[in-house]
Design a protein around this ligand. Structure first.
Ligand code: TTP
Ligand code: MG
Length: 393
């Protein structure tokens, strides 16, 4: 009986940098750094594998990256382009299974339990996905396959770039054993230091401990780490429709305190998120904004609303939250908007308590705009409050 390998994790290689190399063939084979101009205080979003040979990494100050590799090509982040590619990659992935959990702009889990009769073995599915992403989009995607999320994600990262790696249940303990504890999901720098102080450096060190030992010393996370170290991970995939919230956030290249810009961002995020809600047949009953100041202090403000999925209502509620929470003085490094308490949009016909007269009109406009975007692309139509100011163009 073949071992279970039903969870697939896919993650694009050097995503933003690969898109830049795809769009500009003269950059291929060269060190390319995306994010933060070389003289700015910004940080590197990512860099091509050619640049990684010089020690450049994501989140490193751009000035440091420049010192490591002055001949690298430094490019600004072109998010709309990456989002468009991301959407196309996820469209390919979703051909293989309806159960997909998108983790970030370039990675997703697929539950491939049901598709082997259609496509062959798990390995064959991995190979087909890699082929289709490369031949249709020109991007290289790494794939990891296993029997749970933790190991599938670990597998996709093990032989990057261009990897296709499978970890079966009988291999898991051996594969995990030599890895540093930082490879365990949830072990950040601080936890790693605490574990090191207990004499635990590798996952194998945890494997050698009795189950309750870590829990007794570091609490309930100890139990989780012990299980993960043994290749045990019970978490189910969370496909988008079942998610409890949906959000968008942006880290600014430079700190800002421009409320007019934040209002535009709110309108843009609200339009994107509500479109997703409508496509999934969902509505939201809570709006949350997130503000992160330049010193990393982060606050959130939420409001519960009657269920809806209208761009205008969400824009208005988030705008009010912003004006209560922010006086336009303290510099911000990040702004986020998320919609929670999602539920099927069954009772939308009852109207909307915020704008009873115009709700039907808004709904029709929103649906019409969705149809235009579905046919002609995300940028084909926009509400007037999202259009760039004339004097800034
Ligand atoms: P990653 O998948 O972590 O990185 P990557 O795709 O560039 O490289 P690889 O997977 O081959 O190791 O992140 C995906 C994109 O997210 C990345 O291309 C840029 C962006 N990103 C940031 O903007 N800042 C960050 O700190 C990280 C880690 C990623
Ligand atoms: Mg990636």
């Amino acid at each position: 009986m073949a071992e279970l390998t039903n969870i697939l994790h896919a993650d694009l290689d050097a995503f933003f940098a690969s898109v830049e190399q795809l769009d500009n063939p003269s950059l291929r084979g060269k060190p390319v750094v995306v994010g933060g101009s070389r003289h700015s205080r910004g940080v590197v979003s990512t860099c091509s594998y050619e640049a990684r040979k010089f020690g450049i990494r994501s989140a490193m100050p751009a000035a440091q990256a420049y010192r490591l590799c002055p001949q690298a090509v430094f490019l600004p982040v072109n998010m709309p382009r990456y989002q468009e590619m991301s959407r196309q990659v996820f469209a390919i992935l979703s051909r293989f299974s309806p159960i997909m959990e998108v983790l970030s702009i370039d990675e997703a889990f697929l539950d491939i339990s049901g598709c082997s009769r259609l496509y062959g073995s798990a390995e064959e599915i991995g190979r087909l996905i890699k082929e289709q992403v490369y031949s249709e989009l020109g991007l290289v995607i790494s794939i990891g396959i296993s029997y749970n999320k933790f190991l599938a994600k670990l597998a996709s990262d093990m032989d990057k770039p261009d990897s296709l790696r499978i970890i079966t249940e009988s291999q898991a303990m051996e594969v995990l054993k030599p890895l540093p504890v930082s490879r365990i999901w949830g072990v950040g720098q601080k936890t790693e230091e605490s574990l090191n102080k207990l004499g635990i450096k590798t996952i194998g060190d945890i494997q050698a401990l009795p189950a309750g030992w870590l829990e007794a010393r570091i609490g309930s996370a100890g139990r989780l780490f012990w299980e993960l170290a043994h290749g045990i991970d019970q978490r189910a995939l969370e496909p988008e429709q079942e998610r409890k919230s949906l959000g968008r956030e942006e880290t600014f290249p430079e700190d800002i305190n421009d409320t007019a810009y934040l209002e535009k961002l709110i309108a843009q995020f609200a339009a994107e998120l509500c479109r997703k809600l409508r496509q999934a047949g969902l509505q939201t009953a809570s709006v949350t904004i997130k503000l992160r100041y330049s010193d990393f202090k982060t606050i959130t403000r939420s409001k519960t609303i009657p269920p809806c999925n209208s761009d205008l209502v969400i824009t208005q509620v988030a705008g009010e939250l912003l004006h209560h929470a922010y006086n336009g003085k303290r510099p911000l490094r990040l702004f986020g908007l998320s919609l929670g308490h999602l539920s099927p949009a069954a009772d939308l016909e009852q109207g909307n308590l915020f704008e009873p007269q115009s709700n039907a009109d808004h709904k029709e406009i929103d649906l019409l705009m969705d149809e235009i975007r579905n046919r002609f692309g995300a940028n084909a139509i926009s509400r007037a409050n999202l259009l760039p100011d004339k004097d800034t163009e």
